[in-house]
Design a protein around this ligand. Structure first.
Ligand SMILES: O=C(O)COP(=O)(O)O
Ligand SMILES: [Mg+2]
Length: 225
């Protein structure tokens, strides 16, 4: 029988727990428009999520043929943040099956953590606004860890802050940053294909792939058995 209270289940945020792409996309388009740049489409932005907001802006520009210097990137990032803090939860909502999964994990007294490349303040702001923050023993944004994903340190430090042990942890995510951080910390990884996967992830050998959060518990039971 699984001793759930010894287990730590780490969730990535954007594209795993919450469908944040519409609000990220709107904020990015606001920033681009303010600097006279053409709007970027949603699929382009989706595929650039997972490495933090600056990387999302940089990659979205690259993929739409716009060259950014550092000053312009800084400006776009600031406009993006100005808009995003006001609109962070306009359309963002948990993916189907996430709340039910968290309810069961909570009932079983597993340790539940968020390990995200969002900044700490944005992650707390979003989870607070959509009333999900209370599910988590700990939330660790990119700037709370000594190194962000794909570094193993982000996962290792999140597990420590949750008072868990790395041998009893599982990482659930949607991008190559999650898969690489999990591999580097020798933590089993569950890949949620409904999120915002990047091209790199397609080339990685990943045993646990799910297209719905409704099947997370069954896979966790299998991994922990
Ligand atoms: O801010 C991002 O780009 C991604 O955040 P994530 O690590 O929760 O997917
Ligand atoms: Mg993600």
């Amino acid at each position: 029988m699984t001793r759930w209270h010894d287990k730590t289940v780490l969730f990535d945020l954007d594209g795993t727990l919450i469908d944040t792409a519409p609000d990220l996309h709107a904020s990015l388009c606001y920033a681009f428009d303010k600097e006279g740049l053409a709007a970027v489409d949603l699929p382009t932005v989706r595929s650039a999520i997972g490495h933090g907001a600056r990387a999302m802006i940089q990659q979205s520009a690259d993929r739409s043929g716009t060259t950014l210097n550092t000053a312009l990137l800084d400006l776009l990032h600031q406009h993006f943040l100005d808009y995003y803090v006001e609109h962070i939860a306009d359309h963002s909502k948990p993916f189907d099956g996430i709340i039910e999964t968290l309810d069961v994990l909570k009932e079983r007294q597993a340790k539940i953590a968020v390990c995200t490349n969002k900044t700490q303040s944005l992650a707390e702001h979003l989870l607070g606004d959509i009333r999900m923050a209370d599910y988590f023993d700990v939330i660790v944004g990119a700037d709370r860890a000594s190194e962000k994903k794909p570094s193993a340190k982000h996962i290792i430090e999140t597990v420590e802050l949750a008072n868990g042990t790395i041998e009893d942890a599982v990482m659930i995510g949607d991008s190559s940053t999650d898969a690489k951080a999990a591999a580097a910390s020798s933590v089993p990884f569950i890949y949620m294909t409904y999120g915002y996967p990047d091209a790199v992830l397609g080339d990685m050998n990943i045993p646990h792939k799910l297209d719905t959060a409704r099947n997370i518990l069954a896979v966790l039971e299998d991994i922990f058995s």
